[in-house]
Design a protein around this ligand. Sequence first.
Ligand SMILES: [Zn+2]
Length: 311
Amino acid sequence: MYSSGIILDIARFASDATVNTMRRNAALLTILLMLVVVSLTGCRPALSFPSAASEPYPYGSQTPRTTPAFKTSATVPAGVDANLSVPILMYHEVAPHTPGMDALKLSLLVTPDQFAQQMQYLKDNNFTTITLDDWMAARVGQATLPRNPVILTFDDGRLGVYRNAFPVLKRNGQKAILFLISNEVGRVAKGYLDWSMAREMQNTGLITFGSHTVHHAVLPPLTTQRALMELSYSKMVIQRNTGRRCDYFCYPHGKYDARVAKLVGVAGYRAATSEIPGWSRVTDNAFELRRVRIDGRDSMAVFRTKLGPGG
Ligand SMILES: [Zn+2]
C-alpha cells in the first residue's frame, strides 16, 4: 500500500515546474522503482547477528556539507517573524565512554549521565521539545511555537538511544525524532534497535521516526535511480513497520547537493536535516535544516552555550 503512495508522491512532485527533468523521467522512474521495491521485498537477505557486540561505532567519519546548497528565502509568509529560529540538536548514540576510545567515538557518544543532565537542564529552564511537524507548521504561519522551543534528533537508530536516552525522555515527557537506517533496524547485536523497541517508543506519543536511507548511503555520488531507491524504500519500510507516515529525512554523513535535496522531495519527504551548524531558521530551505551538534566531550557550560541564540 505504501509503494503506491510513493508512486503518487513521485507523480505529485514530478508535476512541479522546478523539476522538469524529473517530469520527463517520471514514467521511467516509477517503473524502475516498482521493480526495485518488488525485487528488494522479494529477496531481502536474512538478518545476521554477528557475535561481536562491541564493533566500533561505524558512522560519522566523513566531512559533512557545512554550507547551504540553496539561497535563503528573501521573504517569509505574512504574519511570520523573519527572525524565527529553533535549535535542532543532533545526537547519535547515548552510551558510556570507555578507556581507549578515539576522538571520533568520544564525540559521537554522549554518556547516559551527560544526556540526563542535558535533558534536566532543558526541563529546568523551561525549554519545550517540539516536533519537526510543529516547526514546519510554524515556518508557514500555521502554528505558534512555545517559548524556548527545541527539537531533539538522533541519527542512526542506535540501541543506546532506546536503552539510555528513551527512559529519560519518557520520564521528562520530552519529544524526539530518530532517523533510522532501515536495513540496520533489528540488528541488535550490531548495536541497533529493533522494530518492537521502535513501536514501544512511538506508543508513548513522544518519539517519531524519520529515514536515514536503507544503507547509510552517501547520496551525492549515486545515480538518481539508486538514490531514489535509498530514499523511497527506507520510507516505505519505516511506514510499514510503524504504521505512521515517515515525512522527514536525514542525510547520511551530512552529505548532499542540490540534486539530492530535490530527490528527497521527489521521494515524498517534507523536509531534511543537514549538518550545517547553527539554529534552524525560517528563511532556510526545508531540505537543509541546520542543526546544533551535541558532542560527547561537551561540558554543561558548552551545552548551555549551544542553546544560546544562534547555537
Ligand atoms: Zn548517520
